[in-house]
Design a protein. Structure first.
Length: 564
């Protein structure tokens, strides 16, 4: 499994300094802590690669820990998919598959410790009342009328909350910090809420569940994490992370924040991705148009290409949007080196070679990879009737059109030089066939007399053609930043109606009849394709286009400012 050479960044510099000073006893221990409330997306891939890569490079440890503290949104399906994604990306958590829910008793006991220190209290304000009491960044909050309950009353109420005596939402446990603190996150934040819900691992054992800010630091502390690496939106929460651990006097990891990945022409909000799935805008979490890791995997991206992309964009301190073509280039370069070539025709036009023997079949030898002699060659059947791409013929060609036109010669890949003689049309004037002649002296595409042939096109023998379904994918959104909408409008208004084109009339060479699900190919002149791991079957292949042969995004954005 290839791993790109790591670039230096500010997090590595901090770790280097920590190791040099002997901090943490020379240990490096990182973690990836997803909540199992959806499938992972490309932004999570960056965090997985960063955290697991640091552990690998510094010969440390890496944990996969599920932050399963909200049973109303979590499912085992999500747990299973996350484990698969992390392993696929090369995140080696060894035997450290961990769950926050395994620490619920410790978290509860530590919360009771704060209660008994007078640093936490039970509050009866509703969620809306708490928001009103909290104030704003410009004005201080005000104390809850329940803030000065006695330690004994708070301890009794908190235990009764745990025992399920009160209804959902009727009470919370809050930290007693400072309702006038300039950082609004330290204005007596909630630590626990009442929720009578079945947990996917704990069942109905618990009736109170920890809030993220309370659980996060404790999980890191229990696992002896050295560097707790988060995205920038948690920077304002770091003082609370520190406050909890300092008040408890427990092991204290260092929280570090980096810029999250924002990818153009897509959305990376779990809520919005769930909405796209739930409302059937896509076929599921693994729809190849989705920015989920499973979606990229089904589209034909490799784990090494995703890791290369994450290494290429680096680790920064400021948020920005990464253009989608940067990601596409990561897989395009790899597939160009590794994918065997094949011929397929997506929009077939019948071509009849009128001077070719009616029943003759030849086998043309063609390279499996033009730059890799070790890849060998294959035989492709050729006969009088073949299919070519409709776009490869123009009855009235534009300037510099070097493909098939009346009276012009063109090379059939690895076969012969042909010349268009006549065109057959139906009653409506649509072209149904092109009739050509071939030069028998040019077998293999060679030209013994040295005449110049400017165009080369691909083809498939009509008699031997294998029907296939081909799916062409484009960006899910037309706008570079789909969330950039005017008030009263919705991000889904920027969805690309042409993000998926299903072609059921494609033909490919017969060698692909038993293409293994999950196999990559370059369809010559068309792009890189992937046999769909779910739907492709022997004799009935289904191919997803992973990426085009060339980057077209930069040109589109240069010509069309609206694309940005």
């Amino acid at each position: 499994m290839e791993t790109p050479e790591p670039k230096s960044n500010f997090i590595r510099e901090i770790i280097d300094a920590d190791l040099a000073s002997g901090k943490n006893g020379g240990r490096v221990h990182t973690r990836f802590p997803p909540e199992p409330n959806g499938y992972l997306h490309i932004g999570h891939a960056k965090s997985i690669c960063l955290n697991s890569g640091l552990a690998r490079d510094y010969k440390g440890k890496f944990n996969l820990r599920f932050d399963d503290t909200n049973p109303s949104k979590e499912e085992q399906e999500y747990v299973d998919s996350i484990i698969e994604d992390v392993k696929w990306l090369g995140g080696d958590f060894e035997d450290r598959l961990l769950f926050a829910s395994d620490y619920f008793q410790q978290m509860y006991d530590l919360a009771m410790t704060l209660v008994k220190k007078g640093k936490a209290y039970v509050c009866d304000l509703s969620a809306e009342e708490m928001r009103n009491y909290r104030g704003s960044p410009m004005e201080p909050g005000k104390d809850s009328p329940f803030r000065n309950r006695s330690v004994e009353e708070n301890a009794d109420l908190f235990e009764r909350m745990k025992n399920g005596e009160f209804p959902d939402g009727s009470r919370t446990l809050r930290a007693k910090i400072d309702m006038k603190h300039p950082n609004i996150n330290l204005r007596d934040p909630a630590m626990y809420r009442i929720l009578h819900a079945e947990h996917h691992r704990q069942g109905a054992k618990w009736c109170v569940y920890p809030m993220y800010d309370w659980a996060h630091g404790l999980e890191d502390s229990i696992e002896q994490i050295t560097h707790s690496i988060c995205t920038l939106e948690f920077a304002d929460h770091r003082p609370l992370y520190d406050w909890f651990l300092n008040e408890l006097g427990v092991y204290h990891p260092q929280q570090l924040e980096f810029a999250r990945l924002n990818l153009s022409n897509t959305v990376l909000s779990k809520r919005k991705l769930l909405e796209l799935v739930r409302d059937n805008h896509v076929s599921g979490w693994d729809d190849p148009r989705m920015p989920t890791i499973s979606g990229f995997r089904r589209r034909g991206y490799t784990s090494s290409s995703i890791r290369a992309f994450c290494e290429e964009i680096g680790v920064a301190k400021f948020n920005s949007i990464i253009d989608i073509w940067v990601l596409e280039n990561s897989i395009r370069g790899e597939l160009n080196r590794t994918s065997p070539r094949a011929m397929a025709v997506l929009r077939p036009l019948k071509l009849v070679i009128t001077n070719y023997p009616q029943d003759q079949v030849e086998e043309m030898e063609t390279a499996n990879h033009p730059d890799d002699a070790a890849a060998g060659t294959r035989k492709v059947p050729f006969c009088r009737e073949i299919y070519v791409e409709q776009d490869d013929f123009k009855e009235v060609p534009p300037k510099k059109f070097f493909r098939l036109t009346p009276g012009q010669e063109v090379r059939l890949r690895s076969a012969y030089i042909i010349k268009c003689e006549t065109v057959v049309k139906d009653a409506s004037g649509n072209i149904t066939e092109v009739h050509c002649t071939y030069d028998p002296a040019t077998r293999g595409g060679n030209v013994p007399d040295g005449r110049k042939i400017k165009g080369t096109i691909h083809w498939v023998s009509a008699r031997h053609a294998l029907p296939a379904q081909v799916r062409l994918y484009d960006a899910l959104f037309t706008k570079r930043n789909p969330d950039d909408v005017e008030e009263g409008h919705d991000y889904k208004e920027n969805m690309n109606p042409a993000s998926l084109e299903v072609i059921n009339s494609a033909f490919c060479e017969p060698a692909l009849k038993n293409a293994a699900a999950g196999a990559h190919f370059q369809f010559e002149r068309l792009g890189y394709f992937f046999a769909d791991p779910k739907d492709s079957k022997p004799g009935a292949p289904v191919f997803n286009r992973t990426v085009t042969l060339k980057d077209t995004w930069a040109k589109i954005e240069q010509k069309d400012p609206a694309a940005k």
